[in-house]
Design a protein around this ligand. Structure first.
Ligand SMILES: *Cc1c(COP(=O)(O)O)cnc(C)c1O
Length: 415
């Protein structure tokens, strides 16, 4: 069946025809039949260079043989036990070893679950009510973090979704990214703040990079106000290097959330942090958190295989960085916007200067992006279908892929 026909059926049975909103491409999304390396194959017989990479998890590309073999070996032994497995302490050792800010870790099944639990834990530890998030920061699809920016709603939360109680999100405050002073002002006025949750590099409207000493500054400010700092490294963890943004910038958060890459392409999430905070998590402490699929053997197996591979191939990050650097070099000639990159994360913004925060990201020419995106797809390149989603490269993207990609960029940007 063709994509158009599949979508006809899907949309009568599933809201919007999809399992997650960002996949709803007009007039209908293409359906993938299989994938390998840097390529996606559609049921319509097209082969595309994939620069979405499932929105971040697949740093080693699709169907990497090392990961596939590890999963296949685990399958022989079963895939869910409801008991502890030797995989858990092994995985925990790797993750805590890589992140100086994580003494202990709890495994969950998605990034959303991780941030939800980290926020509950911060409230449980501090006994305070409010949280602060960054405008344009994305932390999954649960109530506390589904708060829209804009409308001057920097101090009072406004729900971003029907069904989210205004009463509840009133406890979610917001500040602009790259504005340490705004955070200082907010925390001086509001004394009931349990935690700041922040993507150290904004990945869900970006990448938008931290300026100067921003991350160091907000670390000082949160500490001075007795506010926990949660780094949501669900995207940046193992994406920009082993140890994530906290290692790269030398800033130690109190709690960290991980997901995406650490599952090697299978569902996962994790949160961890300072021992005295993590010891409050059930059953050791009173902050409840639980899950049937938590620490599931297949995800952990794929995760361990991925992290070991990254540890064993240390030039991966330098090589990926070099690839986006070369792309940037080529795109300097285009003048319809700005190119932003951070290791293997990159984006063309239809805005003259690289945006520094959510407000500036919103100034991008969305109409122009829509046309560009469609042209790129016609040229065989699949980019995330939004001006606000980061593009990703994997180790599977070859030099030839990069040549094809940069030619398509140059051509489509000049149209
Ligand atoms: C993807 C993402 C999440 C949510 O993770 P899911 O696994 O989709 O629930 C949370 N935070 C950040 C920064 C993300 O990029």
């Amino acid at each position: 069946m063709k994509s158009s026909e599949l979508f006809e059926t899907a949309k009568t049975l599933m809201p919007g025809g999809v399992s997650s909103p960002v996949r709803a491409i007009k007039p209908y999304p293409f359906y993938t039949s299989h994938a390998g390396g840097s390529h996606l194959s559609t049921v319509d017989g097209r082969e595309l260079i994939d620069c979405c990479m499932a929105y971040g998890p697949l740093i080693l590309g699709h169907a990497h043989p090392h990961i596939r073999n590890a999963i296949a070996a685990q399958l022989e032994n079963g895939w869910l036990y409801g008991t502890p497995t030797p995989l858990e302490p092994k995985f925990a050792q790797i993750i805590t070893g890589d992140h100086p800010g994580m003494d202990m870790v709890r495994f969950v099944s998605s990034g959303s679950e991780a941030t939800m639990a980290a926020i509950r834990l911060a409230r449980g530890y501090t006994g305070k009510k409010d949280i602060v998030k960054i405008e344009g920061g994305f932390h999954g699809a649960h109530d506390a973090v589904l708060v829209k920016a804009g409308s001057g709603a920097t101090t009072m939360g406004i729900p971003d979704s029907a069904g989210v109680l205004a009463d509840f999100v009133a406890h979610t405050r917001q500040v602009a990214y790259n504005d340490a002073e705004a955070l200082e002002t907010l925390l001086t006025a509001q004394t009931d703040v349990a935690a700041l949750i922040i993507e150290p590099v904004l990945g869900n409207i970006g990448p938008v990079l931290p300026e100067n000493t921003y991350l160091q500054d907000i670390r000082k400010i949160t500490r001075a106000h007795d506010v926990l700092m949660i780094f949501d490294e669900v995207i940046t963890g193992y994406r920009i290097g082993i140890g994530g943004a906290q290692k790269l910038y030398g800033v130690q958060p109190d709690l960290t959330t991980l997901g995406k890459i650490i599952g090697g392409g299978l569902p996962i999430g994790a949160f961890g942090g300072r021992r005295e905070i993590m010891e409050l998590v059930a059953p050791q402490g009173p902050v409840y958190q639980a899950g049937t699929f938590s620490g599931n053997p297949l995800s952990l197996t794929a995760g361990i295989a991925t992290l070991q591979w990254l540890h064993d191939h240390k030039t991966i990050y330098r090589d990926l960085d070099e690839k986006t650097r070369a792309l940037e070099e080529l795109l300097k000639r285009a003048d319809s916007g700005s190119f932003v990159r951070f290791g293997s994360m990159f984006k063309w913004f239809f805005r003259k200067e690289p945006p520094k925060n959510y407000r500036e990201v919103k100034e991008c020419d969305i109409g122009r992006f829509g046309k560009f995106w469609k042209q790129m797809l016609d040229d065989g390149i699949f980019l995330p279908p939004s001006q606000f989603e980061t593009n990703f490269l994997s180790t599977a993207h070859s030099d030839q892929d990069l040549i094809t990609l940069s030619q398509a960029y140059i051509q489509c940007l000049s149209k």
